[in-house]
Design a protein around this ligand. Structure first.
Ligand code: FES
Length: 114
């Protein structure tokens, strides 16, 4: 809990070093699968299950700012979550993420709103 009695919003999910080694790190926050991914120098947090048919996006690959789904090979823009054209699905949910003290932090309030 934060000093003001409110639950802490930002949760440390992995070390910066681990993300550098793996490029895609799987975490679980409030029972929801989240991916922490790195593309170039930018870090993103997004849902793990593909919005199309729930394939595990941690088995996909990252290239040119896009996360490619391993099942049907659609891709999602990491910048805005949009899906490659022609797919009958919503975009990828992304979550606020930041780096501090060699740790990667995710805003859990954005994953499980009050
Ligand atoms: S399950 Fe990911 S594109 Fe179909």
């Amino acid at each position: 809990m934060a000093d003001d009695g409110e639950p802490a919003r930002w949760v440390a999910v992995c070390s910066r070093e681990r993300l550098t080694e793996q490029m895609i790190v799987c975490v679980n926050l409030a029972g929801i699968g989240i991916l922490i991914v790195q593309d170039g120098k930018t870090i993103y947090a997004c849902e793990r299950a593909c919005p199309h048919e729930q394939a595990d996006l941690s088995l996909g690959r990252i290239a040119d700012g896009r996360l490619h789904c391993p099942r049907h090979l659609a891709w999602f823009s990491l910048a805005d979550g949009s899906m490659s054209p022609g797919w009958p699905s919503r975009g990828l949910r992304r979550y606020p993420v930041r780096e501090n003290d060699a740790q990667i932090w995710v805003d859990v309030a954005a994953i499980v709103p009050k």
